[in-house]
Design a protein around this ligand. Structure first.
Ligand code: GLP
Length: 243
């Protein structure tokens, strides 16, 4: 199994451009790819860069299938905290990707529906490209520690650390739902290609633990070292080197 390739770039704008080059080349080679796009702040520059290329007629995402990575559990329609809504604003609308091209997670996380989701994803041929960020506690999507490498799509209880980290999106800790539904590590690690993005000093420690520390359930991102496909990690200097 090849180890993740690490590319260190100067800063967040350089990270967005480098990631966009990878995504654009991957999609150009086959426009019918199945892509998992993370939400969160880290990939926003990448999505803006792709939107810019789309406007300039240099990137066509209309034939992609999009697979939802994660969401808070059981939000009502129109809830401002919906990560589907985040993905819609950041990626689907700017890239003119139709709603019916998205494989959505079961919002309530019903176990039978989650198992059916994993079967459906597998029947469609699995994930071609997963664009991921990493939580400061090592989560991928909402695969919180501890998560086994073979974990399926399921409901997870969010850790205190994640609730605190996500409070910056929504106001305060009490605005963050306590449960989520996440694509499991099993389907994620079976992706043909994984692009992990990390930016800023808050991610430095976890990036190094994931790549060089002990591999195990308590650092879900460490399992990227045993992913089935090619893994590329793009980090900016602040997420890689001591200040
Ligand atoms: C969030 C999301 C993840 C995201 C990660 C990092 O909680 N569930 O999908 O990749 O944490 O977020 P950010 O990029 O904002 O640091």
């Amino acid at each position: 199994m090849p180890q993740p390739a690490v590319e260190v770039v100067d800063d967040a704008p350089a990270l967005a451009r480098a990631a966009a080059d990878v995504v654009a080349a991957f999609v150009a080679a086959d426009p019918d790819r199945t892509v998992v796009p993370a939400t969160g702040e880290t990939p926003l520059g990448l999505y803006a860069e792709l939107a810019e290329r789309h406007r300039a007629g240099r990137f066509d995402a209309s034939s992609l299938t999009i697979v939802q990575l994660d969401d808070y559990r059981g939000l009502g329609p129109g809830d401002r905290r919906s990560l589907y809504g985040w993905m819609d604003r950041a990626l689907l609308r700017p890239l003119a990707i139709a709603d019916d091209r998205v494989l959505r997670l079961p919002a309530d996380g019903d176990p039978d529906a989650c198992a059916a989701f994993d079967r459906e994803l597998e029947a469609r041929g699995g994930i071609d490209l997963a664009i991921l960020g990493v939580g400061e506690n090592g989560h991928l999507g909402f695969n919180e520690p501890p998560s086994a490498a073979g974990s399926p799509t399921r409901i997870v209880a969010l850790t205190r650390a994640t609730i605190a980290a996500n409070a910056r999106y929504w106001g305060s800790d009490t605005d963050v739902p306590t449960e989520a539904v996440t694509l499991g590590l099993r389907p994620l690690l079976a992706s043909r290609r994984i692009l992990l993005l990390a930016s800023g000093p808050r991610k430095r420690e976890i990036v190094h633990r994931a790549l060089d520390g002990p591999m195990g359930d308590d650092v879900p991102a460490s399992f990227l070292r045993r992913a089935e496909g090619e893994v590329t990690v793009i980090v900016d200097r602040a997420a890689w080197e001591p200040a």
